[in-house]
Write a protein that binds this ligand. Structure first.
Ligand code: UD1
Ligand code: UDP
Length: 362
């Protein structure tokens, strides 16, 4: 069976690292990897291929940064060409980026069935590009691998499974979360980031979502809140996404020296920081879950999350970009979060195995 995987953004490399390792165990599957080029800096792309030993992509489409339409359109054009050449039996996509949607649309339109990992997630906020990408990708996918019960229930409320796609009925499976598998596997390979001294008690922070970076008020509020927290004595380490670095230039406020800003780090360095931090503050989807995997409370700088089970069970608090809320929740963290991390929310580390087994069988 020839499986063509389309990836392009940081979180997809991290998920593919775990799934591709599982695919290699199946002699009956030949995986072709297509990198769209959406993320291209070496610390946003190459580092993950090296650290996680992901096979070098068979194709790099080099479609880097552009507006949504231009990026998605260029990707579709290039992916379609590769699909015609490779004639895969299935196309595999991850998550909710423009690379996900481009891969799914290019494939389904020429009748190649699509498998979607991280299906069924919803923020119910159609202003987010990710929400549009995930809804459309789910609708055209044949195999929908859902990480959580909530994801299964979201699909069911939307009337899934829908009628057959190319004669095959949509198949919905609760697989668990492949990022959980990765966190377990790579936990023993944590690597201290070079060039910084890591304080004993710090908050690990990331910010990159468009709703924060592209809204000057939100970005200023987040910067101000982090400055207040850091000035009050709590260290913050912030590996800065290139999008945020760029957008910081357009607002009047900036981080003070109390916030430790570093370039984006590799996954093994991230695992080290997750293991050693006392709390996570983020608007990332993946990092919210990783906070839970590494048993750290998480403040989420968004109004809503797709990972609602983290909030419902007391591991995650949503603050949006509200400066006062961020500072308050952070200062009262000791009493606000659950510490019952034994609860199973994302499967027990065998999501990739289940997914690849099903892909191999059908
Ligand atoms: C994308 C995804 C988002 C995901 C994030 C993971 C979409 C719509 N968004 O957002 O869901 O959470 O990736 O990190 O697909 N840039 C660089 N170097 C790079 C990559 C990006 O400088 O290697 C800069 C460019 O200025 C670019 C900007 O970051 O314009 C945004 O990149 P883009 O891929 O469009 O979106 P992300 O914000 O990374
Ligand atoms: N990550 C990383 N280096 C960094 C910041 C994040 O390896 O400097 C990892 C993080 O641990 C998680 C993934 O990137 O595994 C999350 O990706 P991101 O936040 O870019 O996207 P999202 O999950 O929000 O789509």
């Amino acid at each position: 069976m020839k499986l063509l995987t389309v990836i392009g953004a940081r979180p997809q490399f991290i998920k593919a690292g775990t799934v591709s390792r599982e695919i290699k165990k199946h002699r009956t599957i030949k995986e072709i990897i297509v990198h769209t080029g959406q993320h291209y800096d070496s610390n946003m792309s190459d580092v993950f291929f090296e650290q996680m030993k992901i096979p070098t992509p068979d194709y790099n489409l080099g479609v880097s940064s552009a507006s949504h339409g231009a990026m998605t359109g260029r990707m579709m054009l290039e992916i379609e060409e590769v699909l015609h050449k490779e004639k895969p039996d299935k196309v595999l996509v991850y998550g909710d980026t423009n690379s996900t949607l481009a891969g799914a649309l290019a494939a389904v339109k020429i009748h190649i069935p699509v498998a979607h990992i991280e299906a069924g997630l919803r923020s119910f906020n159609m202003d987010m590009p990710e929400e549009i990408n995930r809804i459309l990708t789910d609708r055209v996918s044949t195999w929908l691998f859902c990480p959580t019960d909530v994801a299964i229930s979201n699909l069911s409320k939307e009337g899934f499974p829908h009628t057959s796609i190319h004669g095959v009925k949509q198949s919905i499976m609760k697989s668990g979360d492949v990022m959980q598998d990765g966190a377990i596997f790579y936990s023993n390979f944590a690597k201290k980031p070079e060039g910084i001294s890591v304080p004993p008690d710090f908050i690990l922070a990331t910010v990159h979502r468009a709703e924060n970076t592209d809204n000057p008020l939100n970005l200023s509020n987040i910067v101000d809140a982090m400055n207040i927290i850091a000035q009050s004595g709590k260290k913050i380490i912030l590996p800065l996404h290139p999008r945020t670095k760029k957008m910081l230039k357009s607002i009047e406020t900036d981080f003070t020296d109390d916030v430790i800003i570093i370039d984006p780090v590799g996954y093994l360095e991230m695992v080290y920081l997750l293991k050693h931090c006392s709390m996570v503050m983020t608007d990332s989807g993946g990092l919210q879950k990783e906070a839970f995997f590494f048993r750290k409370p998480c403040i989420t700088l968004r109004e809503e999350t797709e990972w609602v089970e983290l909030v419902e069970n007391g591991f995650n608090i949503l603050t949006g970009a509200n400066k006062e809320l961020i500072v308050d929740r952070c200062s009262r963290a000791d009493s606000l979060f659950s510490s019952n991390y034994s609860i199973d929310l994302y499967g027990n580390g065998i999501a990739s195995e289940k997914i690849v087994k099903q892909l191999a069988a059908e």
